[in-house]
Design a protein around this ligand. Structure first.
Ligand code: ADP
Ligand code: MG
Length: 692
């Protein structure tokens, strides 16, 4: 196995630089090579000023016509440039007189920056620039310029220089780099060798296809993405093996208790629920810890499945814990579980961060003594001072709010007297199977792919916001019938503060338009208690119309709410729209979801909203979302905790995933010695979490 070369062996890396590089996870010259460009800038050609459009990232070159200082709200230096095709204004807020003097009329400047719309013409604000003579008019960059992820005190330019040196060593054959992908595979997938791929992505040659590179679809990038996905998959599989090598309590799964529980339910379990329960039962029956993910669309009935799993633990004389990501959800579970389990003589405990000292101490005592057989709460359950008597099963709801690290930390916490609790993770975000196999390679997956019978499908309507008045009237009508309504305000890419502001504005507008309705408001800036209070009032039907930001997305159950309005729906991902929409259609009433959009819809936006209108099935929607939107949405930004990827993208690269799985299995079976070095190469220090 090759050894890596200390980063300090590189010219220009003293202790200070080394420390900064360490912050980026770079400890060796090899690490530096795997610190890949985040993106590229195209400085390979000078663009005529006349052809610029707002938003273009470009190199331009022009002759100074005039440089002047303006004293407005802020002192600014304005430099007027022209190149024979057009004129542009370069604006500086920070400058000194020396600088101003250097912009003499007639001086030729080359600038790199983003063209923005100004008051009178296009502008560049604080571009990178240098003066050039007419003679070097052709000497632009030969390569796409790589932009690296960096850290405070470490310049882009330094990183570029350092990688340059590392690449020289690589070219000279002075750096040991193991090739982990077998030649046969590379041939089959047309993937280049490792060293060639690294040289290319760090310094794309002059003829590199710009579009392909910017989209990270070049074979060299795909080759690295493949390896990165392989490393993550192996790491998760390793974690899984480590967990599975521990002992869990074997639980009894044919008990009077469970039988009794199922008979007293006011409904019959669906075939899908029963199938998943069988899968769970066969897991918890053994002494190998269960690590199972249950995916089930909103409303598919995951809670009752969790309750039955918990009963297996109770029937065997052990404790079960159920953890939800928010107070609202945890409380909802507590209420459901109390209703179901107290009549069976089971003791419950409730633990959340906001409990007062005394009830909190009581809950903790009941947990520690084992008096509490089922414990429900938020992540407060896993604070240091909390201990269980004999926890045998842990249910985590809506896990996409928790990242891999948290999941692992919880697993570790649960270990007691050498026993690991069985773990059941429930998610309402259905993701296609190939994605799940990689993102959750440390888990077995079950799917509840059926809704309880009798659900009325939600009717979805797409409307321009020009018809807002009609929508407001509809809200009024529904509330007059004694039903309740959600009004969701969304702003994407804006700050949370702006989002809350938008919700506040909407709430007051609606209050004006609908004076006889009781209107509530929840958004992210409210204190948890305030949020709870509003949600509780909505549940108790003391509020008719709830105006909210997307904070209400997950899990809240108010069956009497039968209308939801979503503003700016065209700007949300389909998965998120589906989650939001799942807040209605939970009762016996036919429900309606109105997707309002602003302005003219693009073709793609139209197609995406049509998917929402035509389907109520989370899996169908997730797949369409992939087809229509590509990167980033199905797992959603919320779920970025799932995997931290440098160059790969689970959505974009999903076609590779089956092969990644296959290669991972082959590697584990035939070249286990390669596994750890490969993981280290891509996850570096992050392999820390492998020590669970
Ligand atoms: P989710 O999967 O979104 O967490 P819940 O567990 O909250 O769904 O269930 C949604 C509703 O469906 C609840 O009111 C629950 O009692 C009910 N439910 C669950 N399973 C069934 C079933 N088999 N038949 C009828 N209703 C069911
Ligand atoms: Mg739920």
């Amino acid at each position: 196995m090759s050894s890596s070369q200390a980063i300090t062996s590189l010219k220009g890396v003293g202790p200070r630089v080394a420390e900064r590089l360490q912050r980026l996870g770079i400890g060796s010259v090899q690490d530096l090579l795997f610190h890949l460009p985040l993106r590229y800038e195209d400085r390979t050609r000078v663009v005529p000023i006349g052809s610029l459009r707002p938003g273009d990232q470009v190199v331009i070159e022009g002759v100074v016509q005039l440089a002047e200082i303006k004293y407005g709200k802020r002192r600014t230096l304005l430099v007027h440039l022209a190149d024979g095709t057009g004129r542009i204004l370069v604006r500086f807020f920070h400058f000194n007189t020396q600088q101003k003097d250097s912009f003499e009329r007639g001086v030729r400047l080359r600038c790199y920056g983003e063209a923005r719309r100004g008051q009178h013409s296009l502008e560049l604000i604080h571009p990178e620039y240098r003066t050039v003579s007419e003679a070097d008019a052709t000497s632009v960059e030969e390569h796409l310029t790589p932009i690296y992820p960096t850290t405070e005190g470490l310049h882009q330019l330094s990183l570029r220089q350092l990688t340059e040196r590392a690449l020289e060593q690589l070219k000279a054959g002075k750096l040991a780099l193991d090739e982990f992908l077998p030649a046969s595979l590379r041939e089959q997938l047309h993937l280049p060798e490792l060293a060639a791929a690294l040289l290319y992505v760090h310094r794309p040659p002059p003829d590199a296809p710009v579009e392909l590179m910017l989209e990270r679809q070049h074979p060299t990038q795909r080759r690295l993405a493949f390896e990165e996905l392989l490393a993550h998959t192996l790491s998760l599989k390793q974690l899984r093996e480590q967990a599975r090598s521990q002992q869990a309590r074997s639980l009894q799964t044919h008990s009077k208790l469970v039988e009794q529980f199922i008979t007293q339910l006011p409904f019959v379990l669906t075939a899908a629920q029963q199938r998943v329960l069988t899968e769970i039962a066969s897991d918890v029956n053994t002494t190998t810890p269960m690590l199972r993910l249950v995916q089930g669309d909103v409303g598919s009935g995951k809670t009752v499945v969790a309750a039955i799993a918990a009963l297996h633990a109770v029937a065997s004389g052990f404790q079960a814990a159920v953890m939800a990501p928010t107070e609202i959800l945890a409380e909802q579970h507590y209420r459901n579980f109390s209703q179901w389990l107290v009549p069976l003589g089971i003791q419950l405990a409730w633990l959340s961060g906001k409990l007062k000292t005394k009830p909190r101490r009581e809950a903790m005592e009941a947990m520690a003594s084992g008096d509490a057989q089922v414990v429900i709460g938020t992540h407060a359950l896993f604070q240091d001072e909390v201990s269980f008597n004999n926890l045998a099963l842990l249910v985590i709801d809506e896990q996409h709010r928790f990242g891999v690290h948290q999941r692992l930390a919880l697993r570790e916490k649960g270990v007691q007297n050498g026993y690991l609790p069985h773990q059941l993770i429930m998610t309402a975000t259905p993701i296609p199977r190939t994605l799940a196999m990689t993102a959750y390679a440390d888990l077995d997956c079950s799917v509840i792919d059926e809704l309880p019978p009798g659900r009325k499908p939600i009717e979805t309507v797409v409307l321009p916001d020009a018809r807002r008045d009609e929508v407001v009237q509809r809200v009024h009508r529904i509330c007059a019938e004694g039903r309740q309504v959600y009004w969701v305000c969304t702003l994407i890419e804006e700050s949370e503060a702006l989002q809350c502001q938008a919700a506040e504005d909407t709430a007051s507008q609606l209050a004006e338009a609908l004076p006889d309705l009781r209107i509530g408001l929840v958004h992210g800036r409210l204190k948890p208690e305030q949020k709870e209070r509003v949600m509780a009032a909505f549940k108790a039907a003391e509020i008719d119309l709830l105006v909210a930001t997307t904070v209400i997305e997950v899990g809240v159950d108010v069956p009497n709410a039968s209308l939801m309005i979503i503003e700016n729906a065209e700007r949300l991902g389909l998965a998120q729209l589906h989650q939001l929409r799942g807040r209605v259609g939970r009762g016996t009433q036919a429900s309606v979801c109105v997707l309002m959009y602003h302005g003219a819809l693009s073709e793609n936006a139209r197609a995406r909203l049509a998917v929402m209108r035509e389907s109520n099935d989370g899996f169908v929607i997730a797949q369409k979302d992939l087809d229509l939107r590509g990167p980033g949405e199905v797992l959603g930004t919320r779920q970025t905790g799932v995997l931290l990827l440098q160059i790969a993208d689970l959505q974009r690269d999903q076609a590779m995933l089956p092969q990644v799985q296959a290669v991972a299995d082959t590697m584990l079976a035939q070249h286990p010695e390669q596994v750890t070095p490969l993981i280290r190469r891509w996850l570096g220090e992050r392999t820390r979490y492998a020590d669970v």
